[in-house]
Design a protein around this ligand. Structure first.
Ligand code: SAM
Length: 242
């Protein structure tokens, strides 16, 4: 696994964001999430049912290799590991060194020797081996270039695999929609949420199929399932037995 963030500039997608803005968004994320890491445990169970639901949609089996993007202090690890067993592999990535340290503590406490945590930017990290599935909970919307992070995931998956995203947005429906500007301000202040990119649109630009499969809290939170489908080249490489 390697983090290209210290090498060439990332190929930024957003028209509104140049490389300097990308770096400053990342630096702010690192500062904020380092700081929040001390308090994260107080609220990490708030979204637990939604995270569980998202993990169950991955359709994992024993021995699968799974990627967790923006893992924070490792809140998804126990559930993912329950699904993949001791023969599977979980690789988790986060850009905050303090979050990574807490995630590694969690791994050490449980003695999980098939869970690896890396400190890297999801927009530029690369992996040696492909994954059978990927998950991102409450993290894609805080990336500096969401499409770039979605591309990382797409590239890192095997053909015919799934990326499930649970996230939040300023997307309250009906009369509550009047509160969306305040929700956006809150998310930007609290989470360094990215107001310029939309997670579902970014996934749609990258994956062959994307569907919002659940919404919660009047539209504030949602789960999206993105599917990578085999290309013609992949299919022909598989042989001509059909
Ligand atoms: C709201 S926390 C979510 C943590 C966890 N996945 C959860 O469900 O609670 C967002 C996490 O995304 C991480 N993050 C932000 N930007 C990132 C990036 N560019 N690459 C990797 N991780 C990033 C933050 O450090 C933080 O730990």
């Amino acid at each position: 696994m390697s983090d290209a963030s210290s090498g060439d500039e990332p190929s930024i997608r957003s028209e509104t964001m140049n490389a300097g803005a990308y770096e400053s968004h990342l630096a702010r994320s690192r500062r904020m999430w380092n700081r929040w890491s001390d308090w994260y445990g107080l609220s990490e169970s708030d979204f637990e049912p939604m995270r569980e639901e998202a993990i169950s949609r991955l359709g994992l089996g024993s021995g699968d290799r799974v990627l967790d993007i923006g893992c924070g202090p490792g809140v998804n690890f126990a559930s993912v590991r329950d699904e993949i067993g001791a023969d599977g592999e979980l690789v988790a990535v986060d850009y905050s060194p303090e979050m990574v340290s807490k995630a590694r503590d969690r791994v050490a406490e449980h003695g999980w020797d098939n869970v690896e945590v890396a400190c890297a930017d999801a927009g530029t990290v690369t992996f040696d081996e492909p994954f059978d599935a990927a998950i991102a909970t409450l993290s894609m919307s805080v990336m500096p270039d969401i499409e770039l992070a979605a591309e990382t995931v797409y590239r890192s998956l095997t053909p015919e695999s799934r990326f499930v995203v649970f996230d939040v947005r300023a997307g309250l429906g009906g009369a509550l929609g009047l509160l969306n500007p305040a929700v956006e301000l809150f998310l930007r202040w609290y989470a360094n949420w990215n107001p310029d990119d939309d997670v579902v649109e970014s996934l749609t630009a990258v994956f062959e199929s994307v569907e919002v499969v659940e919404t919660y809290m009047a539209g504030f939170a949602y789960t999206a399932m993105a599917e990578k489908r085999p290309t013609a080249t992949d299919e022909s490489a598989a042989g001509c037995n059909s």
